[in-house]
Design a protein around this ligand. Structure first.
Ligand code: GLU
Length: 331
């Protein structure tokens, strides 16, 4: 190798080192500018937050929470993903396939107890906060002739995705009205597919357990006349007696923009659960980050406005994650 070539190599190497250093300091600068905190040792770096179908309420709120976490810590990447909702979310979280999930408080409880639809105890998740009531809405076209749960007999009824909380609620509600799920032609459809099939006349009614207004119902009501069917009072009383997480609610006429949605029904609570694999200090910081960015939750969906420290433990059906508990104790 001649001397000139050697000098050129050395010069290029020095340039490369300088470029690398420059790049690093640029990056540090931008992290400082973005206000991201460093995060701690042993933190889980990739957070998957399970939501529900894209036409529900979990999806926009879950994506908003994941975005808050993602932009708050420079060593944590968080992503909100669509899923089959509550029951499958609880199972996937428990199996370590995800770290955070939105679920119904009744389903979180059944999982922790290994009761109802769960054949084993799910003991690897804990509670973060409850957010808003999820109303069980039995939706049908205005001229369907369906005015009660009894009228569903023999009808094609969408009961949510397989493994959703909606499926569980539909089954329990039908049973509370002295029928069984076999008395209807049950179809596993997420909210978006239920809405399209209602509109096309392929299903007669759909159960939707979600915060109001639910995107799928709102969209349907923009192109068809729809109604929400009330449940029988006695059936609701029996239901609440048997399953303690249901509360009676009346859907107000103005819950939806373009139809009178007045109906007497029941609701459960939407809540966030966390894997026990998330270290205490990480869960503390992530909870804090969400409570310090409540405006992003409110902007994502009107039900996001309901997250606050005063009601975060209302209807909480399982033990809190230790990091969350410490955060609440300090407030
Ligand atoms: N609560 C519903 C379920 O678990 C999902 C609600 C939503 O996607 O907003 O079936």
């Amino acid at each position: 190798m001649n001397k000139k070539y050697w000098l050129l190599m050395m010069f290029s190497a020095v340039l490369l080192v300088l470029a690398a250093c420059g790049g690093e300091s640029d990056e540090e600068g931008s992290e400082e500018d973005s206000g991201e905190a460093a995060g701690g040792d042993g933190w889980v770096e990739n957070i998957t937050l399970l939501t529900g179908g894209e036409a529900g309420v979990y999806f926009p709120l879950g994506v908003a929470m994941a975005d808050i976490i993602d932009s708050s810590f420079d060593n944590v990447t968080a992503t909100g993903v669509s899923s089959g909702a509550s029951v499958s979310n609880a199972e996937q979280l428990n199996n370590g396939e995800a770290q955070l999930a939105l679920v119904q408080n009744d389903i979180a409880f059944y999982g922790a107890e290994g009761a109802n639809m769960f054949s084993e105890t799910l003991d690897n998740y804990s509670g973060v906060f409850t957010i808003y009531p999820e109303t069980i809405q039995l939706v049908t076209l205005a001229d369907s002739g369906i005015d009660s749960v009894a009228d569903l007999e023999g009808k094609r009824v969408a009961i949510g995705d397989m493994g959703s909380g909606t499926e569980a609620n539909a089954t329990q509600i039908i049973e509370a009205h002295d029928m069984t799920i076999d008395d209807v032609d049950a179809q596993y459809l997420d909210f978006a597919d239920a809405s399209t099939n209602l509109q096309d006349g392929n299903v007669d009614a759909a159960f939707v357990t979600a915060g109001t207004p639910t995107g799928a119902i709102q969209e349907l009501s923009a192109s068809a006349d729809v109604k929400i069917v009330s449940f029988d009072e006695e059936a609701m009383n029996n239901l609440m007696e048997e399953y303690s997480y249901y509360t009676q609610v009346d859907i107000p006429a103005d819950a939806y923009d373009n139809f009178d949605s007045t109906a007497s029904t029941v609701a459960v609570q939407a809540m966030l659960i966390a894997s026990n694999d998330i270290p205490e200090d990480q869960m503390y910081e992530m909870t804090k980050a969400i409570f310090e960015n409540l405006d992003s939750m409110a902007n994502a969906h009107v039900r996001g406005e309901e997250l606050n420290l005063e009601t975060a433990e209302d209807g909480m059906s399982i033990d809190l994650h230790p990091g969350v508990q410490r955060y609440y104790d300090e407030q």
